[in-house]
Design a binder for this molecule. Structure first.
Ligand SMILES: C[S@@+](CC[C@H](N)C(=O)[O-])C[C@H]1O[C@@H](n2cnc3c(N)ncnc32)[C@H](O)[C@@H]1O
Length: 357
């Protein structure tokens, strides 16, 4: 798995790049406009769809790219000066202020062990906003600078993900889809989509189950972090992110880049169109997601919340679900403390408890 907070995919140079279909068994189409991840944070679009106009056109033609890795973060990017001395004073009181703000806004509980991580991520924001101290920066936030709030939140989320992460969930999901038979629509919500690997894995499973890109399944993928959503929306990945997919999945679902896109793969437009991306904070009192939902993926995000916050979120999920709906959680997440709402089926899969049906 790769930390998506590493430097973004370099943008395509107009006229010098291409994405070409390999072989397709679900219907090949020529490469369509797709682009690389935005180098700057996406503009604030609370609760609205992210448009594909973020993409840049790529020219057709070109060959199959070799595998390559994205560059690692630089020392400068970690906000440390040579020799390890910090550029800004960061006191325990500053850290406590950050902890309080991110907890109130996003529900994220930062442990004391995260102090260095917080420093290095926020030092960049101090530089970008020309602030000389954490005190000045945090005061600006507390006064309600909404643009910077988004960047502050984006800086502090952890977006680690990968295609078919926790792979045992996907056959269970596919079986559930088959069981639902002729239900139309079947609604699936991926509630912490990060850079898109999870919702695209969901969409691939749906396309494989129905052997088509046109299915009764509607997939909504949301996340708090607008930067990762912009990456998800584009669906362009370094080859090292996709190389563990089977050759069949690569052929069916991806276009490979050449020229300045060499080393990158883009999800096919047919797969991209199966998903609607939208920004959503799980801490909000209500969610603009249309139910009733057949499946919720809420994996590896509850781990950042304390138990009372988890309980609140689970009690919001329950009334949105079909009686036979399934909830998929992350490998280290347990909702035993919410057994009155969700009942474990094993393998971190949950169904509604009798009381909530
Ligand atoms: C570690 S990633 C997990 C990604 C994916 N679900 C997986 O399992 O691979 C956690 C994601 O949760 C998102 N997140 C954190 N707090 C959130 C909140 N309050 N509401 C919605 N998403 C949140 C982060 O932005 C991040 O993309």
């Amino acid at each position: 798995m790769v930390d998506p907070k590493r430097p973004p995919v370099p943008p395509a140079k107009p006229g010098s790049s291409s994405l070409s279909p390999a072989v397709s068994s679900l219907g090949a189409r020529p490469a369509s406009p797709l682009g690389a991840r935005a180098a700057t944070p996406a503009p604030a679009r609370p609760q609205s769809s992210l448009s594909s106009s973020l993409s840049r056109p790529l020219q057709p033609g070109g060959g199959i790219a070799a595998s390559s890795s994205a560059p690692a973060r630089t020392l400068g990017g970690l906000g440390q000066r040579e020799g390890g001395a910090r550029e800004f004073v960061f006191t325990s009181a500053d850290f406590e202020r950050v902890r309080k703000l991110i907890y109130q806004h996003a529900g994220i509980s930062l442990s004391p062990a995260k102090q260095d991580m917080v420093y290095s991520r926020l030092a960049r924001r101090l530089r970008a906003t020309n602030k000389n101290s954490f005190g000045d920066y945090l005061e600006m936030l507390e006064k309600g600078n909404s643009d910077e709030w988004e960047r502050f939140v984006n800086s502090l989320t952890t977006n680690l993900t990968s295609f078919f992460r926790e792979p045992h969930h996907f056959p269970i999901f596919a079986e559930h889809l088959k069981k639902l038979g002729s239900r139309n629509p079947i609604r699936v919500w991926c509630s912490a989509a990060s850079t898109g690997e999870e919702p695209y894995s969901i969409a691939m499973t749906v396309a494989e189950t129905f052997n088509s890109f046109t299915t009764p399944v509607s997939i909504i993928a949301t996340d708090l972090d607008t930067n990762v959503l912009a990456t998800a929306d584009k669906g362009v990945y370094a080859m090292d992110r996709v190389e563990r997919l089977s050759p069949d999945r690569l052929k069916r679902f991806f276009l490979k880049g050449s020229g300045s896109q060499e080393g990158y793969a883009a999800v096919r437009p047919e797969l991209r169109r199966m998903i609607q991306f939208q920004q959503l904070n799980l801490l909000n009192a209500s969610y603009p997601v249309k139910g009733p939902l057949d499946v919720i993926f809420c994996r590896n995000v509850m781990i950042y919340f304390d138990k009372p916050t988890q309980y609140k979120i689970l009690s919001r999920f329950a009334p949105m679900m079909q009686e036979d709906g399934l909830l998929f959680a992350g490998h280290s997440e347990s909702f035993l403390h919410a057994a009155d709402i969700f009942r474990s089926l094993g393998k971190t899969v949950y169904e509604l408890s009798r009381r909530t049906r």
